[in-house]
Ligand binder design. Sequence first.
Ligand code: ADP
Length: 399
Amino acid sequence: MIILVLNSGSSSVKYRLFNMDGERCLAWGVVERIGSRGAILKHNREDGHQIKLAGDISDHTKAIEYVLTILLSPNHGVIKDRSQIDAVGHRVVHGGEEFTESVVIDKVVMHQIHDCIELAPLHNPHNIKGITACRALLKDVPQVAVFDTAFHQQMPDYSYMYGLPYILYKRYSVRRFGFHGTSHRYVSDRAASMLGKPIEELKLITCHLGNGCSTAAVSCGISIDTTMGFTPTEGLLMGTRTGDIDPAALLYIMSREEIGVGEANSLINKHSGLQGISGISNDMRELEEATAKGNERAELAVNMFVYRVKKYIGAYAAAMGGVDGIVFTGGIGENSSEVRKRSLSGLEFIGIELAPELNNSDDSEERFVDKGGRVRVMVIPTNEELVIARDTLELVTGM
Ligand code: ADP
């Protein structure tokens, strides 16, 4: 079965085409700068063939049409006819309280995803555009929605509620939802497999550290707590987001700087975090270089970053009454041995001990990086697209 996986953002569409016999990724790529001049499509084929094409791509329908053309192209493609695509799986950022798992998209589901726009105004409208474009281009091909929030929807109420008047939860669904769920689910399943135990017997802490960062406490395969909240702004320090902050501090800044909601939103999501503290970059590689050269603000940003990861690992070990494994994933989690080392330093008292030679290796495969003690530490490259393809296969073949 051939499955197309799409991740439609505001100005980009990322795609992967899987042959699920053997879970082979036949082709992948991205259309960038949709709607602006100089839109480009970067396309890669399983055999190593790569191309970059410029085009006039005014909207998501044109972008997906372009992707289909490339996938079918005699020179660059991997399939001969559109009819070979058996199903499409879409990443959808917010599924609200409605969606606790992936679903086949029908009219009712479309309405419900629309209803979640209020909760994710920057993401869900673009996910919807991708779905609508596929409906127009691929007619009756079944489509599946896989939600970033779904994996966290079994959190207990005491973990997802905020200490606001209860009526505001009822009125506006203001609560912790959590994000990166597809990634936390994938790496916790892989961790169970690496540990050779059923996930139902494990307490795992999964750290997704990329541009956006979140940690989850996964007990017996269920996310019982996670650092991102009502929006992705809460929790760890991120590339440009504040993470945890006293809400009254933001009100104070809004009053002193005389800024409104729009500017405050931009302040906490686009100008804060590693970028805001260092004044140099949101990119961990650049900050590690600047720290090595003695830049104090870069050092402060990195210190804050690793301290928060450590703090949440401690908190989640307490929340679960122990921990069997810690997983690092995402661009920083997978690649920065320094961040892993510093986030775990001083945690020997709960049984965590990294093996420096394993932690420092450049291996890009999933692996253990600890000394083999009580709490295992793993680096697992995430693969959200594969989870989307697997869910799509399962739902479509079970239809
Ligand atoms: P996104 O959340 O946008 O998918 P990624 O998961 O690709 O982002 O993570 C991007 C982050 O990973 C950036 O901060 C980048 O600096 C960091 N990163 C990538 N490679 C390395 C590396 N070798 N060392 C340190 N940080 C790295």
